[in-house]
Write a new protein. Structure first.
Length: 221
């Protein structure tokens, strides 16, 4: 399973977004957090900004929708060229139908779970998704501390994927840093969203390399 690093621009200088994405050309994806101030108590940017950013970079866009109506909006992000679109299980009225719409539009389909949301209701549906995002903080704001209580859920998710013989990625988002990434990789995560750990580093690309190396050494399928 490939180890992938997807830096979040949430901790970047959003007034110079294209330039900030240009600082992470060693990344596998760029993580774009779309928040509507309804599903989460924060407001970032929407479809017009994401569309323009996708057109301005060669780094695949990993769009994370923290919004209250993903069933309407998620396919629009896929149509705009997002390589992966993640929607929250807690917000979608029909997650399987939405995942199929995203795949039909040419995007990877991912479902996200807040820290307290159990993964068990979705284990029999894993083949419908390309990725499961296990939030390791409460969604909404960057810079939070990693919640070790989510590690067991990451492991249950990875074990179910392995048992089913599926090629589904497990992503973690929240508090990912040099001090936490090995624990998440050891629990079975293979895609890592890192915001402040990357953008607060003197050399973001070097930091991406360090995080990838640490996760690669610790990963347990």
């Amino acid at each position: 399973m490939a180890i992938l690093i997807s830096p979040s621009v949430l901790n970047a200088d959003l007034t110079h977004l294209a330039e900030e994405v240009g600082r992470i050309d060693a990344a596998d994806y760029v993580h774009l957090d779309v928040m509507d101030n309804h599903f989460v108590p924060n407001l970032t940017f929407g479809l017009p900004v994401v569309s323009q950013l996708i057109a301005s970079t060669d780094i695949p866009a990993d769009v994370h929708l923290m919004i209250s109506d993903p069933d309407t909006w998620a396919p629009k992000f896929a149509a705009a060229g997002a390589a992966s679109v993640t929607f929250h299980a807690e917000a979608s009225a029909a997650p399987v139908r939405l995942a199929r719409e995203l795949r039909d539009a040419g995007s990877r389909a991912a479902i996200a779970l807040r820290p307290a949301t159990p993964v068990e209701p979705y284990l029999d549906l894993l083949s419908e998704f390309d990725m499961v995002l296990v939030m390791t903080v409460e969604p909404g704001f960057g810079g939070q501390s990693f919640l070790d209580g989510t590690l067991a859920k990451i492991r249950r998710t990875r074990d179910a994927i392995t048992a089913a013989g599926l090629d589904v990625w497990v992503q973690v988002d929240g508090g990912v840093s040099r001090s936490t990434i090995e624990r998440a990789a050891g629990a079975g995560a293979n895609m890592f969203v890192a915001g402040s750990a990357v953008y607060n580093a003197e050399d973001p690309n070097a930091q991406i390399g360090v995080l990838r190396e640490l996760a690669t050494g610790a990963y347990q399928a």
